[in-house]
Design a protein around this ligand. Structure first.
Ligand SMILES: Cc1cc2nc3c(=O)[nH]c(=O)nc-3n(C[C@H](O)[C@H](O)[C@H](O)COP(=O)(O)OP(=O)(O)OC[C@H]3O[C@@H](n4cnc5c(N)ncnc54)[C@H](O)[C@@H]3O)c2cc1C
Length: 386
C-alpha cells in the first residue's frame, strides 16, 4: 500500500496552499459569508486560471485529465480556507463535467466541456423537490413531456445550490409513466435563461455564499437534443453522479473540520486562564486530540474512496460512510471549537460561529445521515427499513 501522493500531486497541493494563503484569507472567507449569495466572478476567474474547473475533464476537451484523488487534494485546500469557494469549484466539476464526460454524446461534450474547463459555464443539479429529498422517488413531480423535437417541462425543485447563477441546470424529470418511478426518469440539460423558469434564492444559515434556490418550471421548452444519456434511464445514470458528489461533500465537511480545528488550536495557545494558556489544560488538549483523530479518519476514508473511484472499483458504500465520518469530524470540531472559545465563540466577531453554522448543511445534504445508514445497512443484505 502506498499512502503517499505522487510528486505531481504534492505540487498540486502546494499550488493550492499558496493560492489559499494569498487569496482565501480569513478576512475574505468572513466577507463572503457576510455579503455574498455566491462566490464572485473575480474569484472564479482566478480559480479558472489555476485550472480548477479543468481538472477532471479529458485533455481532448481542454481539460487536465486528472482524477478524483487530484480533485480531493485541490478541494481539501480550498474548503479548509473557505468552504464556499470549494463548493463553487465543485458545482461545475460534479454536476457539469463529470456527468457530461460519462453520459454525454460527442456534440454535448464538444459544446460544454471546453467552456466548463475555462470556467465559463456554471452548473447546478436539480433533483430535490418541495415534497422531499430523502424519498425523492416518491416526491418527484416535475415532468418533461415530449412534443416533437422538444420536451415541455413543468414542476418545481427545492434547495438547488447555485441555481441563481447557473448557466445550465441538470434537471431530473419524469418522462414516462412506469410501474416504478425510477424506470421513467430522464436527465435534461436546461439552459437557465429559458423562458418559463423562475429561480429564487432561499435565505439560509450554512455556507451562505452558495445560495440554495427554489426553481419553478412553467411550460419550459427544452430541445430534445438536451437529453443527457438515455431517455427513461436517468435514475441509474444519476447514481454515477451522486457517488462522486458524496466524496465532494465529504471534502466540504473535512474543510470545515480543519478550519475549526486550526482556529481553536490557535486560540488555545494564546488565551490564558489561571496564568497559563488554556491549551495547557488536559481536557482542552483532549478535545483537540479527539478532533484531530476524526479529521485523520475522514481524510483516510475520503482518499480511499477517491482511489477506488479512479481505479474503476465500486465505492458507493464507502462514499456513503465517508460522508458520515466527515460530517462527524466537522460536527465535533465545531462543537468542541465553540467550547474552547468560551463566550467568544458565541460572538459574530470570531469565525468559530461560521464553522458552527457551516458544518450543519452536510449533515442532511446531499443525503441525510439517517438515510446514509439505511443505505449502508442494506448493503449487508438486510431488508429495507423504510
Ligand atoms: C443548503 C442545501 C443545499 C442543497 N443543494 C441541493 C442541490 O444542489 N441539488 C439538489 O437536488 N438538492 C439539494 N439539496 C437538497 C438535499 O439533498 C435535501 O435537503 C436532502 O435530501 C434531505 O431532504 P429534505 O430536506 O426534503 O428532508 P426530508 O426528506 O423531509 O427528511 C427529513 C428528516 O426525515 C429523515 N428521514 C426521511 N426518511 C427517512 C427514513 N426512511 N429513515 C430514517 N430517516 C428518514 C431524514 O433523514 C431527515 O432527518 C440541498 C439542501 C440544502 C438544505
Amino acid at each position: 500500500m502506498d499512502f503517499q501522493f505522487t510528486d505531481d500531486q504534492k505540487m498540486l497541493r502546494e499550488t493550492y496552499q499558496k493560492f489559499c494563503k494569498k487569496e482565501l484569507t480569513p478576512e475574505y472567507a468572513r466577507w463572503l459569508d457576510e455579503n455574498c449569495r455566491f462566490v464572485p466572478d473575480e474569484m472564479l476567474d482566478k480559480l479558472a486560471d489555476l485550472g480548477t474547473f479543468a481538472i477532471g475533464i479529458p485533455e481532448e476537451y481542454g481539460g487536465l485529465g486528472l482524477g478524483m484523488v487530484d480533485i480531493c487534494i485541490m478541494m481539501e485546500e480550498l474548503c479548509s480556507a473557505a468552504v464556499a469557494v470549494g463548493f463553487a469549484a465543485f458545482l461545475p466539476i460534479g454536476f457539469g463535467a463529470r456527468p457530461l464526460s460519462e453520459m454525454g454524446n460527442e456534440e454535448q461534450k464538444q459544446r460544454h466541456l471546453p467552456k466548463i474547463a475555462a470556467g465559463r459555464e456554471k452548473w447546478s443539479l436539480a433533483l430535490t423537490e418541495p415534497g422531499g429529498g430523502t424519498d425523492i422517488l416518491g416526491a418527484l413531480r416535475t415532468s418533461a413531456v415530449k412534443n416533437g423535437n422538444e420536451y415541455i417541462v413543468n414542476g418545481s425543485k427545492m434547495f438547488i445550490s447555485g441555481a441563481h447563477v447557473a448557466d445550465y441546470i441538470l434537471t431530473v424529470a419524469i418522462t414516462a409513466k412506469a410501474a416504478q418511478r425510477k424506470h421513467g426518469l430522464s436527465l435534461l440539460i436546461i439552459d437557465a435563461k429559458t423562458p418559463g423558469i423562475t429561480i429564487n434564492p432561499i435565505d439560509k444559515i450554512s455556507i451562505r455564499a452558495i445560495s440554495a434556490c427554489e426553481i419553478h418550471f412553467e411550460d419550459v421548452r427544452v430541445p430534445a437534443e438536451n437529453l443527457l444519456g438515455q431517455e427513461n434511464h436517468g435514475w441509474y445514470q444519476l447514481l454515477g453522479t451522486l457517488n462522486p458528489e458524496r466524496i465532494g461533500t465529504s471534502v466540504f465537511s473535512l474543510g470545515v473540520a480543519k478550519a475549526a480545528f486550526n482556529y481553536a488550536l490557535e486560540y488555545a495557545k494564546v488565551r490564558e486562564a489561571f496564568g497559563r494558556p488554556i491549551g495547557s489544560f488536559q481536557i482542552l488538549q483532549h478535545y483537540l486530540a479527539d478532533i484531530a483523530i476524526e479529521i485523520e479518519n475522514a481524510r483516510n476514508l475520503i482518499y480511499k474512496c477517491a482511489w477506488l473511484c479512479d481505479t474503476g472499483r465500486r465505492y458507493d458504500v464507502e462514499a456513503t460512510m465517508a460522508k458520515i465520518v466527515a460530517c462527524r469530524a466537522s460536527e465535533l470540531a465545531a462543537r468542541y471549537g465553540m467550547e474552547i472559545l468560551g463566550g467568544y465563540g458565541n460572538t459574530t466577531e470570531y469565525d468559530m460561529q461560521r464553522h458552527f453554522r457551516d458544518y450543519k448543511q452536510m449533515m442532511f445534504s446531499p443525503i441525510s445521515d439517517e438515510m446514509s445508514k439505511n443505505y449502508i445497512a442494506q448493503s449487508f443484505g438486510l431488508p429495507r427499513s423504510y
